[in-house]
Ligand binder design. Structure first.
Ligand code: GCB
Length: 610
């Protein structure tokens, strides 16, 4: 099990945060073995003294920032560095302050040094990691420090997502030592420090983690909480739950307890209530005996329940139908880097189109995005980076053990979020392979052990009769691309094939089903009637054919539809991709295609039950 919690860094009366975003010095290690940085100990002195550096923004993918194709396509280590000045009071008070360095995410493998001392390393993009650096900072000569982060984007059969490095030996065709990164997923393997880097302080006795589980009984909201305190064995805990007007709704004493909120405002999904996304705030106070040992942290709490029956998905006891999208973290120039303008634009588009939900295809999204899902009532299927688990060797024990750790990290980060109603442990694995049975049985059981309140799924494109993991999921999530990847151009086969898909899956497993992907590549501005593939009319027709089957089956056991995709996004280059995947209902720049208006009309009707 993981050590310590992963509470989002917040300013509180006892905590300070310092944002380290902005420009960092940067150097890619392009040496043949990609080992020059480690051999030359680039972390020991300022990076500019080791060779030429450039400015790279954080957060951002580095790939599309420069005009250098070898940086865009770089495989291996890159080095980031920042000189940071921090308040001297942080280290002057010898006994109290604790200083933590936290990286929101860096893709894929990171090693971190402060003043040349290695402080931590972390495997995996898309999830945060942190390290207590108090002692290093206390021994620094002045109130400044040099933070160096080396990041390696290489994917192997044992990483999540998996990939493989292929050496091209034929020197009549490739230069000496030539290698490429192969991946089994359909989006650009953008790399770099993708999310905010911060320093934050806590007192030495501090709130390490909080877990909240909610329940509903009539009009009473029940909030079970557990506070984990570190730094001392002698402390007392008190909690106070406030409503959105700041009124105290309940109070509690002790690290473990239950709060009762009468006449509670429940957390409802967007479009399901006049006030969606109602959040209380849970103010947690730890008193370790003196003011120096006092910590305060405030956690948003939404009171809601989630339940799955054999034909329904229930939120607060009411049937919930997912009419939503699949997304990506992807945009021009910054790649997968967190960008507030884009984040808010996307939420505005989600509301415009009437989406009540999305899946975080195919990796956990930034905490800042998840916060807004909680706040706006956008329901989330929270997917881990288990995408493209295709090769038999990626079902071995080494991969499995890492997958379990990734689920621990994901659940630790998102367990308190009301918006998260289900975990997805993978997307389109080779789940027809024999070892997939044990693999998914284990990953799903582990996830349920970590969180017994939420259903677990994975997204399949295997057959209803050969999917080895389907017995273990709570909800069946199926992807299909009728009249696209097969029967290309034949819109007339969609309905018969889709009907069949649903009926077979339901007969075989008796579980509710979500159409977790469907769609068609569309170049905006291409038109044709009758429709031809890649035109706006073809995408619209694909959607409408799917919709007529959804409408029949949603009265039975189909509980959701998620379009592939919300927006066009970048992929590796290949003959089936015209400057990326074009299945978006919005372009990469977020302009609507015709299909966006069709979906908008449908989603608002679904929301209004008309
Ligand atoms: C899928 C994948 C998704 C791809 C999509 C496509 O099944 O899950 O990542 O982008 O198909 O467009 O091919």
């Amino acid at each position: 099990a993981l050590e310590g919690g992963m509470l989002y860094p917040r300013d509180t009366p006892t905590r300070e945060t310092k944002d380290l975003n902005g420009l960092w010095s940067f150097r890619a290690d392009k040496s043949p073995q990609r080992d020059e940085g480690f051999q030359g100990q680039w972390y020991k002195r300022p990076l500019r003294e080791t060779g030429a550096v450039i400015d790279i923004p954080v957060p951002a993918s580095y790939n599309d920032i420069t005009q250098d194709v070898t940086l865009r396509d770089h495989i291996g280590w890159v080095w980031y560095e920042k000189e940071v000045i921090f308040p001297s009071r942080w280290v002057e008070d010898a006994s109290t302050s604790r200083i933590v360095l936290r990286v929101g995410s860096a893709h894929y493998y990171s090693v971190v040094w402060v003043n040349g001392v290695q402080v931590t390393e972390h495997e995996g993009g898309h999830l945060p990691f942190e390290v207590n650096i108090t002692s290093v900072l206390k021994s620094s000569a002045d109130s400044s420090c040099r933070i160096t982060i080396a990041v390696n984007n290489t994917l192997t059969p044992y990483t999540l997502p998996p990939g493989s490095i292929q050496y091209m030996q034929d020197q009549t065709m490739y230069p000496k030592g030539y290698f490429i990164q192969n991946i089994d997923f359909d989006f650009c393997n953008y790399a770099g420090i993708h999310r905010p880097v911060v320093l934050y302080t806590t007192p030495s006795v501090y709130i390490d983690d909080i877990t909240v589980i909610t329940d509903i009984s009539g009009d009473i909201g029940l909030v079970y909480y557990e506070v984990r305190v570190a730094g001392s064995e002698y402390y007392s805990v008190s909690v106070m739950l406030r409503d959105q007007d700041g009124q105290v709704a309940a109070t509690g004493l002790g690290a473990l307890g239950q709060l009762k909120v009468s006449n509670a405002n429940f957390w409802w999904p967007y479009l399901m209530s006049e006030i969606p996304g109602y959040l209380y705030s849970l103010e947690v106070k730890v008193d370790g005996g003196s003011t120096a040992f006092m910590d305060i942290y405030t956690l948003p709490v939404g009171i809601r329940t989630v339940k799955v029956s054999d034909v329904q998905f229930l939120i607060n006891g009411k049937p919930f139908y997912f009419h939503g999208v699949n997304k990506h973290e992807d945009y021009d120039v910054r790649g997968k880097g967190l960008d507030w303008s884009l984040v808010i634009k996307d939420f505005n588009l989600l509301k415009w189109v009437g989406a009540n939900s999305f899946r975080t295809s195919h990796y956990p999204y930034a905490e800042e995005i998840m916060d807004l899902c909680d706040k706006y009532g956008i329901v989330v299927i929270d997917e881990c980076p288990g995408v493209g688990i295709r090769k038999a060797e990626s079902f071995g024990n080494r991969s499995l053990q890492h997958h379990l750790v990734v689920m621990e990290e994901l659940v630790r980060r998102d367990k308190n979020r009301p918006s998260v109603v289900m975990w997805s442990v993978a997307n389109e694995p080779s789940s027809q392979l024999a070892p997939a049975g044990y693999y998914f049985k284990t990953v799903i059981a582990h996830t349920k052990e970590l969180d017994h309140t939420r259903p677990v799924t994975y997204v399949t494109n295997a057959g209803y009769n050969n999917d080895q993991g389907a017995p273990y999921v709570d909800v069946i999530c199926v992807n299909s691309y009728f009249s696209w990847y097969h029967d290309a151009g034949h819109l007339e086969v969609i309905q018969i094939q889709l009907n069949n898909q649903f009926e077979k899956w339901y007969e075989a497993h008796r579980k509710p089903i979500i159409q977790s992907e469907y769609g068609a590549d569309t170049i905006p501005g291409f038109h044709s009637d009758p429709p031809v593939m890649f035109t706006e009319e073809y995408q619209s027709a694909v959607l409408q054919n799917y919709h007529s089957v959804f409408d029949e089956k949603r009265k039975k056991y189909v509980i959701g539809e998620l379009i592939w995709n919300f927006a066009d996004f970048m992929t590796v280059q290949g003959v089936t991709r015209v400057v990326g995947n074009k299945k978006g209902i919005f372009t990469r720049q977020r302009h609507p295609k015709t299909a966006a208006f069709i979906l908008r009309d449908r989603y608002w009707k679904l929301a209004n039950n008309t």
